[in-house]
Design a protein around this ligand. Structure first.
Ligand SMILES: *Cc1c(COP(=O)(O)O)cnc(C)c1O
Length: 369
């Protein structure tokens, strides 16, 4: 086992050595070199989703939840009402954030294993003309379920409402083409499919929508309109930027380009998932979701129903072999999760399957003794 474990998690995740090396220098936050790096960051983020013609990129210090909260605080105004399409914990979190900010917010819910249904969204929007914004979680990291973004975006646009997309665990791998998809704001962070290190959330927001959002936010540090104006004024961050995280993210974005962009990354993750699924099934594990709605981001498996493998024991045994897995986050079933994202390929997953097989062998011989 090396010092660096293999992170089979939805972020922070395994990063490339080049990305980590990009953090080995100091930057003056007001220096032209760092201003140029910030400009490159903002351009590259927009380019990943083809938003150059319509959207602006606004990075913010903090984790993904900070950008979700900042976007809701900035884009919801007086008289706004948010409908959140919920089939997991991240949708529920958006409802809680919007309400805590004092906004009207409702949830339209599906079970955790079921995708959002565009027809039900259309009906809800017909029934309640007060709804101004709709929020969707692209990939629900709770389970790994992929929601039908193009169909939901079409329904929301048809009804004349604004779609806010939590693309935290999809951005950089699963296609989001803002030149054709009507999405008002895309929210994501540095440490998931972009394979950067944690510390930055960012929003790609329709320029005219952000323009109209001046003064909405009750918060100073989470005001994305003011954050945007800061960048536009002098190219600088308003408050101390996480300079090394910016440098790592720019390097990670260059590496994404070199890999062939989101389609190539998606293909690698899909290959990871295929090796993982085949191996885990051979070892008797059952995937929680139907494969048709499973995104190649994170897979949820049921723990053995006989209780022979409690999560803590499984985790420790795999960690001792250099693999860090992730606990389940479901309300109804005993599960664990294995991420397919990060700087990993099919060989890493083949080695993981060998490690899981070895752990199962240990558990069986211990219980036979
Ligand atoms: C990771 C994630 C977030 C943000 O989580 P943080 O822990 O704040 O980074 C939000 N939504 C989804 C779908 C996520 O996967």
């Amino acid at each position: 086992m090396t010092d660096t474990p293999i992170l089979l998690t939805p972020g922070p995740l395994t990063t490339r050595i080049e990305t980590r090396r990009a953090m080995l220098r100091d930057w003056g936050s007001r220096d032209p070199a760092f201003i140029a790096l910030t400009a490159e960051l903002r351009e590259r983020l927009l380019a990943v989703a083809k938003g150059e013609g319509t959207h602006v990129a606004v990075p913010l210090q903090g984790s993904g939840t900070f950008i979700v909260e900042a976007a809701l605080a900035t884009l919801l105004g007086r008289g706004s009402k948010l409908l959140v399409l919920c089939n997991g914990a991240y949708g529920e979190r958006m409802v809680a954030i919007a309400r805590r900010l004092g906004h009207a917010a409702e949830a339209l819910r599906w079970p955790e294993h079921r995708p959002v249904e565009p027809e039900r969204v259309a009906a809800a929007l017909r029934e309640d003309p007060a709804i101004t914004h709709v929020a969707l979680v692209h990939c629900e990291t709770t389970t790994g379920l992929l929601n039908p973004l193009p169909a939901v975006a079409a329904v929301v646009a048809e009804a004349g409402r604004h779609l806010l997309l939590d693309a935290m665990s999809s951005f950089g791998a699963i296609a989001i083409d803002l030149s054709v998809l009507p999405v008002a704001a895309v929210l994501a962070s540095s440490n998931k499919c972009l394979e950067g290190v944690p510390g930055i959330g960012f929003a790609l927001i329709e320029r005219r929508l952000l323009d109209a959002a001046a003064g909405n936010g009750p918060s100073t540090s989470l005001d994305l309109h003011a954050q945007w104006h800061g960048f536009e004024k002098d190219g600088q961050w308003r408050f101390t930027p996480p300079v090394q995280v910016v440098a790592a993210l720019v390097e990670a974005l260059r590496l994404l380009d070199a890999e062939g962009g989101p389609p190539a990354r998606l293909a690698r993750y899909a290959d990871n998932l295929a090796v993982l699924l085949a191996g885990m099934r051979r070892l008797g594990f059952e995937l929680f979701l139907e494969e048709a709605v499973q995104a190649p981001v994170i897979a949820t498996f049921r723990l053995p129903a006989d209780g022979s493998l409690p999560f803590g024991r499984f985790y420790d045994a795999l960690a001792a072999r250099g693999f860090l897995i992730y606990p389940g986050k479901l309300t109804q079933a005993e599960t664990f999760r294995i991420g397919c994202i990060g700087a990993l390929d099919r060989q890493d997953f083949a080695r993981l399957i060998e490690a899981v097989a070895a752990v199962l062998g240990e558990v069986r011989s211990a219980s036979a003794a």
